[in-house]
Design a protein around this ligand. Structure first.
Ligand code: 13P
Ligand code: SF4
Length: 316
């Protein structure tokens, strides 16, 4: 950490107190940003923290759809994101018009939207879900109802495979970071790390291959398909000493910090989300100092999106 970072850290901590602000940070945030956060977690954990906070300001260190979710859940709070360009390539794969057209093709289907979507898309959905509860949400829907699952192809395929659901249609979206973690990348690691636990985020394109190997019993390693917080919990609880981690590499900082006697190895060391990394300590400081950039969702959209998010929170 540079002297400048230490200075920003000090000022951010002061401003947080003065303004009664809570800082929520996703597991992929830069180390120095994680270090000033009140809570670090996955999309579900951060939504819950946002919903429960008594602070006046929620400063969201993550990407835009996460700040929107906080604003939908807490319409009376001021929700800030330090950089409006912190988007998400996955959330951009479907817009409200495209979802409306898809729904028109399946008028009786229920729509399950991953949290990585815009507020407008959530507002047209019946349920929201995250990577930690997608299976549970789809399982809660009567078996005879068609399901439209969006926007992640790999998460959707994992959910369809796990729930054995045949009437589930999946939007062909992907996250550029996780789609880049391929079956070849994991196959290369198997031989070298025979005793490691293998942690895979369900957005990875290698997920289908991992499920196939698990079902055939030919994965020597202890493999787990988990959300980022699920990975954190597993790393803490497991007696393994080595872990192969298939997700965005920002999570390794927290994993290593909380488990100093264990070793964490990225399956793809350049799996980096440029949107998550838009949030720097300097921008966090400017955001708190100037109350920028406020994320607001129009009331009608927020009211409809909230129903889908609250259905998710009541099930998970
Ligand atoms: P998690 O909810 O598992 O943290 O995933 C969020 C995300 O954007 C993954 O790329
Ligand atoms: Fe979106 Fe992928 Fe970045 Fe997650 S890692 S925020 S899904 S672009």
């Amino acid at each position: 950490m540079t002297m400048l970072d230490i200075d920003y850290k000090h000022r951010v901590l002061q401003l947080k107190k003065q303004k009664n602000a809570v800082v929520l940070a996703h597991n992929y945030q830069l180390p120095e940003v994680q270090d000033i956060a009140d809570f670090i977690g996955d999309s579900l954990a951060l939504s819950r923290k946002a919903a429960a906070t008594e602070s006046d300001i929620i400063l969201f260190c993550g990407v835009h759809f996460m700040a929107e979710t906080a604003s939908i859940l807490c319409p009376d709070k001021k929700v800030l994101i330090p950089d409006l360009e912190a988007g998400c390539s996955l959330a951009s794969t479907i817009n409200a018009g495209e979802l409306q057209a898809w729904k028109a093709e399946h008028p009786d289907a229920l729509v399950v939207s991953y949290v990585n979507t815009t507020a407008e898309v959530k507002a047209l959905s019946d349920y929201c879900c995250t990577s930690s509860n997608a299976v549970k949400i789809v399982n809660s829907i009567p078996k005879d109802r068609e399901v439209l699952f969006l926007p992640d192809l790999f998460l959707g395929s994992y959910v369809a495979e796990t729930t054995k659901r045949k009437n589930m249609y999946i939007w062909p979206g992907e996250c550029h970071v996780h789609a880049g973690i391929k079956a070849e990348d994991i196959n290369k690691m198997f031989a070298s790390f025979k005793n490691a636990d293998f942690l895979v985020h369900p957005e990875c394109s290698c997920t289908s291959s991992v499920i196939y190997h698990i079902s055939k019993g030919d994965l020597a390693m202890n493999s787990h398909i988990l959300s980022t917080e699920g990975m954190m919990n597993h790393a803490r609880a497991s007696s393994a000493k080595q872990f192969l981690v298939a997700t965005e590499t920002g999570i390794l900082y927290r994993m290593q910090k909380e488990n100093p006697d264990k070793q964490f190895i990225p399956v793809k060391s350049d799996a980096m989300c440029k949107y998550m990394k838009k949030i720097t300590l300097e921008k966090v400081y400017n955001s708190l100092r100037e109350d920028i950039y406020e994320v607001r969702v129009p009331k009608h959209t927020a009211d409809n999106a909230r129903l889908a998010i609250e259905r998710m929170l009541s099930i998970s």
